[in-house]
Design a protein around this ligand. Structure first.
Ligand code: PLP
Length: 380
């Protein structure tokens, strides 16, 4: 099995040997009967430790990201927590992008920092700034690309080189691209994290987080946190995520087609000040994005000339795009970051301007999406 689309459907998902069921069963069980004391059947003992359904997803994400190890968690933040606490120690410094997901910054700032980890942020798309921001004790670079919501693009290969030259683990949050469009491990990163809640699940019906790495030691350290702190994903959530991933590639191409059309329609509109989409040739990160992504995914942000009032009006005026947090589902969503997803970082260096709108462009008919944006813009 060499093709990505084939592996998305088959990796870790052999048919059930007992019945021939084409879909691996949902092992909705907390524990496993032992043959005698310590006599585990196929190694299974207790679901916080291992569960066959979770094993299937862990094998699948490892395969798709091109690493040997995958770990599945209850949410994206649970996965991030295990990576941060598994790979850092008090006294270490983590350098994060200055526009990472607000919850990632909150986790580091309010949980890791009181534990003794140092945190600072930098514009990850500027390699000189990154090199200058390294400290003697910097042990991790945390990269999110494209970033949320301003779609800044960071050069994964160059950052991996800088990080490795400084004895740092390079972590990439691949939520916005997914392995269908971007493979950070092949570009030199050590660890990939995902909010599987988004494109991987793909249907806005499941919360989940995933980690993939090719490094045995890191897999063990993060895996220990998974087991010892226990934020594992439940079998039913895992089943839904696996089902979502089967159509990942198809969806990501359609998301990209629709996002390109929406971004182009925004470019021409007089009410729009700036469009942030890495697929646009004049986007600051377009060259790097074109080199490390195969398509540009479904997230589009834009700034309105009319300021906060125009942005709020737009967010409440769409009809196909529904007003909600989150992203990456088949349905289109509109978000007003300043008061929704990014309200928690107001007043920090991660604050988002109040005239920005973020669209998660779904897989509905392109014309319906473009006309919905146009009718909402006519009202601002
Ligand atoms: N990373 C990114 C880029 C996200 O957008 C999110 C959630 O919005 C997360 C991580 C956190 O994931 P979750 O909400 O599944 O905990």
């Amino acid at each position: 099995m060499t093709g990505f689309d084939t592996r998305a459907i088959h990796a870790g998902q052999a048919f059930d040997p007992l019945t021939g069921a084409v879909i691996p069963p949902v092992y909705q069980t907390s524990t496993f009967v032992q043959e005698h004391v310590g006599g585990l059947r196929s190694g299974y003992e207790y679901t916080r430790g291992t569960n066959p359904t979770r094993d299937a997803l862990q094998t699948l994400i490892a395969d798709l990201e091109g690493g040997r190890h995958g770990l599945s968690f209850a949410s994206g933040l649970a996965a991030e927590d295990a990576v941060l606490r598994g790979l850092l120690r008090p006294g270490d410094h983590v350098l994060m992008g200055d526009d990472v997901y607000g919850g990632t910054h909150r986790l580091a700032n309010q949980i890791l920092v009181p534990w003794g980890v140092e945190l600072s942020t930098v514009e990850m798309s500027n390699l000189d700034h990154v090199a200058a921001a390294l400290r003697p004790n910097t042990r991790m670079l945390w990269v999110e690309t494209p970033s949320n919501p301003l779609m800044k693009v960071s050069d994964i290969a160059a950052l991996s080189e800088i990080g490795h030259g400084h004895d740092c683990v390079v972590v990439v949050d691949n939520t916005f691209s997914t392995p269908a469009l971007q493979r950070p491990l092949a570009l030199g990163a050590d660890v990939v994290v995902h909010s599987a809640t988004k494109y991987l699940g793909g249907h806005s019906d499941v919360l989940g987080g995933l980690v993939a790495t090719d490094d045995e030691r890191m897999a063990e350290q993060v895996g220990f946190l998974q087991y010892a702190a226990g934020a594992v994903s439940a079998p039913w959530e895992v089943f839904l995520t696996i089902r979502g991933i089967k159509t990942l590639s198809l969806r990501m191409h359609r998301h990209s087609d629709n996002a390109e059309a929406v971004a182009e329609s925004l470019l021409e509109h007089p009410a729009v000040e700036q469009v942030f989409y890495p697929g646009l040739p004049d986007h600051a990160g377009h060259q790097v994005a074109a080199a490390q992504m195969t398509r540009f995914s479904g997230m589009v942000s834009f700034a309105l000339r009319g300021g906060a009032e125009a942005a709020r009006t737009f967010a409440e005026a769409t009809s196909v795009f529904q007003l909600a947090e989150s992203l990456g589902g088949v349905e289109s969503l509109v978000n007003y970051p300043a008061q929704m997803t990014h309200a928690s970082v107001r007043g920090t260096e991660l604050e988002v301007p109040d005239n920005i709108i973020r669209l998660s462009v779904g897989i509905e008919d392109t014309d319906d999406l473009v006309s919905d944006v146009a009718q909402a813009l006519a009202q601002v």
